[in-house]
Design a protein around this ligand. Sequence first.
Ligand SMILES: Cc1cc2nc3c(=O)[nH]c(=O)nc-3n(C[C@H](O)[C@H](O)[C@H](O)COP(=O)(O)OP(=O)(O)OC[C@H]3O[C@@H](n4cnc5c(N)ncnc54)[C@H](O)[C@@H]3O)c2cc1C
Length: 535
Amino acid sequence: MIKCLFKILEGIILYLYEFIQLFINVFFSPLPPTKDSPRIGHVAVIGAGITGISTAAHLRSHGFEVTIFDESPDIGGIWRRVNSTSNLQINSLFYRFHPLAFYRSFYPFRDEILAQQHKVLTTYGLDKCIRFNTRVTKIERHSSSSSQDSKIGGPSRWIVNGNKSEVFDGLVVTIGTCGKPRIISLPNQDQFKGKIIHSCELDDLDYTGKSVVVIGGAASGVEVAETAVAKGAKKATILARSDKWFIPRNVILDSCLSMFPYIFKTLTTLVPEQLIRRLHYRDLEEKMTPTFPLYSSTPVVNNAFFRLVRQGSADYHRGEVTSVKSDGLEWNYRLRSQRKGEEGEKKFINADIIVLASGYHRPSMDFLPKDLFPDGYSSPNMYLQCFPVHDPSIVCTNATYVDGFGSVGSLHIGIYARLLALFLRRPETRPSSQFMRFWVDTVRIFKRGFFGGPLEFFTYPEVCIWLAACMLQCPERIPYFFFVMFGFGEWYVAKDGSSRFRYPIMNFWSRIMKQLHRLPLERPQFYIPGPQQRV
Ligand SMILES: Cc1cc2nc3c(=O)[nH]c(=O)nc-3n(C[C@H](O)[C@H](O)[C@H](O)COP(=O)(O)OP(=O)(O)OC[C@H]3O[C@@H](n4cnc5c(N)ncnc54)[C@H](O)[C@@H]3O)c2cc1C
């Protein structure tokens, strides 16, 4: 009875959530361009995952021609390559990668996220500007670029893969952080009689009654364990070389946890850490808590795995594989107090399936000119973490990300896109190389001694503070504050052919009517959610 009431309550909350999303769709989505919309400038977008698609849609709505390059045959990036049972770790409220996104669940699965990407693609006419199966291998400056320092001599202009007939005024590098699957080889793995697969190959596998051993305890390892148990495995056991922090799946708590903009070794970090140990880990504290601080690497956001461990259908151990046998693995069991690689107790675990949850190789940005990254200023040590200190006509949104508390798929994608648009349109708003280096140095000094590193780890409010400060720090940028931060305002071409900007307050309602006609809006539907399971 109580369960039933909770389900109805969840249904009501979801229904309200859909209305909130509809409001965001209507009031914050930029208008899709029409055939007659003026085009001022051409930008190349490298990568067609959520970041590339969203950035391209923003730029197109604000008057740029875009060409998207992706080495894959379809959009979706990493989401296209994961299992159908893969879902979002954080609440989808924080994964609204474009204002037009609309989710019918809090933790949507792969196909729902891909469908939203397709909707943005077609609504903004990006399907006609995309070049699939095109790997970008070389970016060069076009001869019309007058200087490396755009403040002194004008912006750089770019050519992609040596094609001089097409010159771009700006570049967006959105190649993500997950490239090809990282396949590790285990000692003597040829002896194993069962299957060894990577964590992105879970679909179509029969787990019934099988013992599954997962190598790696990060988010993908946890997903494997959950999927295996949901599909009938006898037991799923994670062997992790290093621990990860697990925080609960709770929208309010997760927002609070990411609200610490600057994390010192003080009470502010110890309090949440202690609360998570006592209330979330509880009896699993010794077994699973890391020895490093909470605010130093991206946590796993999960409740279900702890439940499975407590029920006995899943398990977690710290250690490394020493030898693979025909029916299982020999491994070195370590206590929490022992360091990685230190000799512990030799143990054996039976396995029918071994899953390598060893992650993905990071895609390289080495196609960009080397001089963009002088010594000490390579990724992630870049202006606002995303602009190379030598040239603000390039933005590498999310491709420089290392660790953080927050979301890769949130508001900042649009903010970085509009900031690039502003730098390209209004030369007087561009930061100089000198200033961009100064910014990186200042953050490094200010965050010296911080857990996780100055630009390697941040929390979401920190990024928002950087971006807002960037807009307010330069008088020429202030008039565009609401444009960059919220997407308000529009660019138009004046009679003299120049590009102008205005906040169209007077025709606000006519604009809303246009939104209602031109956007593919989804209607909220009330339903009682079933159990969210990976089957
Ligand atoms: C199961 C799962 C759950 C996740 N949950 C969350 C979550 O809850 N919260 C969160 O913030 N993040 C989450 N993530 C992380 C996820 O990686 C990001 O959210 C996001 O999808 C990254 O998108 P992207 O567009 O930046 O990169 P990608 O999706 O990796 O796309 C990059 C694209 O660039 C292309 N590319 C790369 N190099 C080149 C080149 N040289 N030339 C041409 N094309 C190139 C690739 O083919 C790819 O299509 C999750 C990921 C997975 C797999």
